[in-house]
Design a protein around this ligand. Structure first.
Ligand SMILES: [Zn+2]
Ligand SMILES: [Zn+2]
Length: 329
């Protein structure tokens, strides 16, 4: 439990109270650590509710089902991601975009997350994991994975040229997904040390994000760029690499505004967009795709009791590429 912003987490006993009829209780086996856990811990976005139990890339087994929970079984292996419930009756929920519901619940804001022995979630947001999946490493797919898979499934074609900006926790999964999808993939990274690794993840080309002349040479070539970074870049040059009708899609939470010239959008009919995580169906589709193509994030494992060490590692930026905590209490 994080009792206050920027404080180390401590082990506490919490009484969940009675399980809601639509609820599911899951015994946590593994939980990925996402950069947004750190942002919520530190209240960087001003939306945190302390005391907080963080963790929103949960893999575990169902221990209790509410009386109204649909389609799940006790003992079934499931995942819970960035969201853990939504209203189930608004226009967005009824049309399958539950992640855009005005009442969608963030798993780690005002709800107890997965750095715990147990977590609860709405049955619709408790996603069965395909048997073929590597469960120990599947956690990061549930937030980071679907966050980059959604724009690919919405906007990419297998014949398209796709650029992934930032090769970190999100970006390395995006390269694997885009390569498996059949796209021609270019990885953009500021770290030359990651060039070979990005090729190993399936990138056909690698470019340095700090090499503006090299980026300029790619002008007019990409159908889709997915930005996973949280730092300002040379956005004008990057938008200039989009082909006519191309799209820059933002999933990295960069706090500074992104300056875009109207003419560069108008004359080439380009688009700029963003999206949050994914709906339950998007998560399920992504998990099936990952199982079929043997896609797993590259992970480092820590016992959950070493959570503060794991967060220090995340904060250092050295995590390679995604940390998973294994429940040990
Ligand atoms: Zn996340
Ligand atoms: Zn809703």
């Amino acid at each position: 439990m994080a009792k206050a912003p920027k404080q180390p987490m401590t082990l506490e006993m919490v009484d969940f109270g009675p399980l809601e009829s639509d609820g599911v209780e899951v015994a946590v086996e593994h939980c990925g650590v996402c950069h947004s856990d750190l942002s919520i811990l530190n209240n960087d976005w001003g939306i945190s509710k302390h005391p907080a139990v963080l963790g929103h890339e949960v893999v575990g087994r169902i221990t209790v089902l509410g009386s109204n929970a649909k389609g799940l079984k006790i003992g079934q292996r499931v995942g819970v991601g960035w969201n853990s419930s939504s209203c189930m009756h608004c226009h967005q929920c009824m049309s399958g975009s539950h992640n855009l519901c005005p009442e969608v619940e963030i798993t780690i804001v005002g709800h107890r997350g997965g750095f715990a022995s147990h977590i609860r979630s709405h049955w619709a947001w408790t996603i069965p994991l395909p048997d073929k999946l590597n469960f120990a490493d599947a956690g990061p797919l549930l937030c980071g994975g679907v966050t980059v898979f959604s724009p690919l499934s919405m906007f990419a074609k297998p014949t398209g040229r796709v650029g992934i900006i930032g090769i970190g926790g999100l970006g390395h999964m995006a390269v694997k997904f885009a390569a498996a999808y059949g796209c021609d993939v270019t990885a953009f990274t500021s770290s030359e040390k990651k060039f070979d690794e990005a090729r190993g993840f399936g990138a056909n080309h690698v470019v340095s994000t700090t090499d503006s002349p090299a980026i300029k040479k790619l002008g007019g070539s990409f159908d889709l760029l997915i930005s996973t970074v949280n730092v300002p870049l040379d956005w004008d040059t990057i938008v200039g690499t989009l082909a006519p009708n191309g799209r820059l899609h933002i999933v990295g939470a960069v706090v500074e505004p992104i300056p875009i010239s109207a003419f560069s959008l108008i004359m080439q009919q380009r688009n700029v967009s963003g999206s949050p995580a994914g709906s339950p169906v998007a998560i399920g589709t992504m998990l099936d795709f990952a199982a079929r193509h043997n896609i797993a994030p590259q992970t480092e494992h820590f016992p959950m009791s070493d959570i503060n060490e794991a967060f220090a590692r995340l904060e250092s930026g050295k995590a390679h590429y995604r940390i998973v905590l294994d429940a040990d209490f």
